[in-house]
Ligand binder design. Structure first.
Ligand SMILES: Nc1ncnc2c1ncn2[C@@H]1O[C@H](COP(=O)(O)OP(=O)(O)OP(=O)(O)O)[C@@H](O)[C@H]1O
Ligand SMILES: [Mg+2]
Length: 399
């Protein structure tokens, strides 16, 4: 069994393992022949361009390996970047083109392409790429992972779960980004409820039996809360003792980060070893606080625990429930000075909006208002996108 075939057998339902978009009959024929020789049954070759591939992937799950034809594309590099936007993080991308150009080859591999084959498609090279992976080490291609975002509260009840659920919801409704929301509040988690889904015991099962965790397990245990939004949680009885090794979170995180563009983690108030294992590799660490002394104190502690920002990780302080204790709140400037960190986002206290959303069984981000506007700005910041680029379309959001 080749590495690829093995991968296929562990693939998720409906997950086509090799998909090719080629725009001439000769390449199409060569690719078919190669796939048949390798006996890859979960494979499909289509006549089409890189734009056809983009349109397809924006609406469908990604294959394990994608072959795209960039000949004819006016700006091949930007086409590949647009393609990378819609592909799931772990996709192996093979580009086929008609330009024998070293600079293009280098740019493409730098952009995450595993291999670039010049037409006529060289069968032995395609065969070896499909069976053993890349000929070239790439910067992003071989170890692309979804962005890991942890959300921690500087005190209980400050709105940590509300923010985690709502930013997940917004990110998943932005183009076709796939989002996994992991509720690591194992006893009192309510992320599923916040998104109108039934809590399950899936996360607990994953932690207690890490050997069983593979793509299929993840697919079966996550609850779908929208086209691209999936939640994993654990409803644990308060008198139950959880019996797992903190390292058990690692295989689960690896699978989630390979298959989702964003993995958002709701952290409970008190952090245990398992939570620190998730915080360590996080790309974005959100600290939710309000303008109280208790929250300020723990914001300082959390910031120091998270450490300084780096190229791959940054901390964002968010003030939630602003205005709840009007007149008694610490002034924002004082908060920033003491925390040595200026909160990047301020979310107003708006119990009415929260109650209305809860009554409708929908996240507050789905209705217009000051809270949802601030949440959209936060989601845009996390996604590295200007807030105004998030398309507002309630009809689409609620379909
Ligand atoms: N901006 C806001 N305005 C008004 N109410 C809010 C706001 N944000 C959150 N809430 C409300 O605050 C309450 C606590 O929110 P949430 O459960 O998200 O907090 P938490 O920090 O996760 O709490 P816990 O420590 O119990 O996990 C909820 O009733 C929620 O609707
Ligand atoms: Mg919570």
């Amino acid at each position: 069994m080749t590495a690829l075939q093995k991968d296929q057998s562990s693939g998720m339902d409906g997950h086509r393992s090799v998909l090719a978009f080629l725009n001439d009959a000769e390449s199409e024929h060569a690719c078919r022949q190669c796939l048949a020789e390798l006996n890859l049954t979960a494979a499909e070759v289509r006549r089409g361009s890189v734009d056809d591939a983009i349109a397809h992937l924006a609406a469908n799950r990604s294959p394990n390996t994608l072959i795209v034809d960039i000949s004819g594309a006016e700006l091949p590099l930007s086409a590949i970047n647009r393609l990378a936007e819609v592909c799931e993080p772990n996709v192996e991308l093979i580009a086929v083109g008609d330009r024998n150009d070293v600079a293009l080859y280098r740019d493409l591999t730098h952009a995450g392409v595993t291999d670039y084959l010049v037409k006529p498609v060289p069968l032995p090279i395609l065969r070896s790429t499909l069976t053993s992976g890349s000929r070239v080490p790439t910067d992003r291609g071989s170890k692309k992972q979804g962005k890991l975002i942890v959300v921690a509260g500087a005190r209980g009840g400050v709105g940590t779960s509300t923010l985690a659920a709502n930013i997940s919801w917004i990110l998943s409704h932005r183009s076709s980004r796939r989002v996994a929301l992991l509720d690591l509040d194992l006893y009192n988690g309510d992320c599923a409820l916040l998104l109108g889904a039934e809590p399950t015991t899936g996360l607990r099962d994953a932690l207690e039996t890490p050997d069983r965790v593979d793509s299929l397990f993840v697919e079966r245990t996550m609850t779908r809360c929208g086209d691209n939004l999936f939640v994993m949680n654990s409803e644990t009885r308060l008198d139950a003792t959880l019996d797992f090794n903190p390292e058990a979170i690692d295989p689960l995180l690896n699978i989630l980060r390979a298959q989702f563009h964003y993995v958002v983690v709701d952290l409970p108030r008190s952090l245990q070893r398992i939570h620190h294992r998730v915080i360590a590799p996080a790309n974005v660490r959100i600290i939710v606080a309000d303008l109280t002394l208790r929250a300020l104190r723990d914001t300082v502690r959390l910031l120091s625990h998270f450490g300084p920002d780096s190229e791959t990780a940054r901390s964002i302080v968010v003030i939630n429930r602003r205005g709840e204790h009007a007149g008694a709140e610490i002034p924002l400037e004082e908060f920033s000075k003491t925390a040595r960190n200026t909160p990047r986002h301020i979310i107003p206290f708006d119990p009415k909006a929260m109650i209305n959303a809860a009554n409708m069984g929908k996240p507050v981000a789905g209705s217009r208002g000051r809270v949802s506007g601030a949440l959209a700005a936060l989601a845009a910041d996390i996604g590295g996108q200007a807030a105004e680029r998030i398309k507002w379309s309630p009809l689409r959001l609620f379909k």
